[in-house]
Ligand binder design. Structure first.
Ligand code: F0G
Length: 354
């Protein structure tokens, strides 16, 4: 075994960097591909989870951010700006301070999970709370970057998607080939586009023998790609994917169609149930948005729309600790057994018998 170097040095030949690019990295990527016995039993497929919550700031955003911030550093940027439902702002802040740049983050007022905001704060983010939703924030971020000397690090920045495609490389490297189906949550639609880019590139270079069908899932209250039209007031418990007008609309539709895949939606109830199953059965705590793909896969399996014996990879995009309030409220008030610091008393309270 050797030390994982981060996505730029692991996949340098496949990324838009040169010897002169200052590499800004937290050694992101190299995330575990974990077999999922429970999902495999439920679906009759061979299901693996790509666990992106173990990245340095707790979500897949770090893969793209290392490339975007390295390129911004190469270009001499002194500040970066992004719009975010939380994870991008956490990642942008961490990578920007590491590069000695000022992170400016635009978030929808009161609409992002507390721990994500805390991450932006501890990394010295200059935080603007925008009276509007994510789509308004993104419009504002684009305008600021056009007029002022700040580098835009949302996924409309092609370096972001270039970095994020490395997750597909890792999966092929781990499995020895591409899966039959790749499932993931969809919000601003950058990630599904990046994975498809990665699978196609690896396939074209003979690194895999097949390309997966791309299956994306949106939240029912924020499903513009399913409806084929923007959603004015997107609404879902999965705040990370509360997006009504995805920036990577065309490339996501292209990923769906070229791969023979689909983009569908799941309800908040299905999302929360999937989150609970993953934590309670598989030992994996993911944030609500991250459970949308799992919810979708289960839904398709339950309705006989998933062929058995397929090899399936589901990306779970962010760590459960990113949004503890939603998880806690779903489980109700936490009431541990009060016990004295005495083994016999504790055993009695906990129902242990000899
Ligand atoms: N899962 C999580 C945990 C996310 O934070 C996001 C997007 C997605 C899925 C959807 O990915 O946008 O590429 O389709 N979060 C962005 C943010 C919008 O600002 O952190 P996508």
């Amino acid at each position: 075994t050797r030390l994982w170097r981060g996505v730029i040095d692991e996949y340098r030949d496949r990324l838009p960097v040169s010897a002169g690019t200052p590499v800004v990295t937290l050694r992101e990527g190299g995330t575990p591909l974990v077999p999922s016995p429970w999902l495999s039993a439920q679906t009759g497929c061979d299901v693996h989870l790509k666990v992106e919550g173990v990245n340095p700031t707790g979500s897949f955003k770090d893969r793209g951010m290392t490339v975007a911030v390295s390129k911004a550093a190469e270009e001499g940027a002194e500040a970066v700006v992004c719009a975010s439902t939380g994870n991008t702002s956490a990642s942008a802040s961490a990578y920007a301070v590491r590069a000695g740049m000022r992170p400016i983050v635009l978030v929808p007022d009161g609409k992002i999970a507390g721990p994500k905001l805390a991450q932006a704060v501890v990394h010295g983010g200059i935080i603007a709370s925008v009276d509007g939703n994510f789509d308004d924030c993104l419009r504002l971020a684009r305008e600021l970057a056009e007029t002022y000397p700040v580098a835009l690090v949302n996924s409309v920045n092609p370096y972001r998607l270039a970095g994020q495609k490395t997750a597909a490389f890792e999966i092929v490297d781990d499995l020895g080939d591409a899966p039959d189906i790749h499932v993931l949550p969809v919000g601003n639609a950058g990630n599904i586009s990046a994975y498809w880019m990665g699978y196609r590139e690896y396939g074209a270079d003979g690194m895999s023998t097949r390309l997966p069908m791309m299956w994306g899932f949106q939240a029912a209250g924020a499903a513009p790609l399913v409806h084929g039209a923007p959603v004015e007031m997107p609404d879902t418990v999965a705040s990370a994917i509360r997006i009504g007008s995805p920036a990577s609309w065309e490339s996501a539709v292209q990923a769906r169609d070229e791969s023979g895949g689909l983009i569908d939606m799941v309800t908040d109830e299905q999302i929360l149930a999937a989150q609970q199953e993953l934590s309670g059965r598989e030992g994996l705590f993911v944030e609500p948005a991250s459970a949308a793909g799992v919810a979708g896969l289960l839904h398709y399996a339950q309705h006989g729309r998933l062929d058995p014996a397929r090899r399936v990879v589901v990306t779970v995009t962010g760590h459960g600790l990113k949004d503890v309030d939603t998880a806690s409220s779903f489980y109700g008030e936490i009431r541990p057994y009060p016990v004295a610091a005495d083994a016999d008393d504790a055993a009695e309270a906990l129902g242990l018998t000899r």
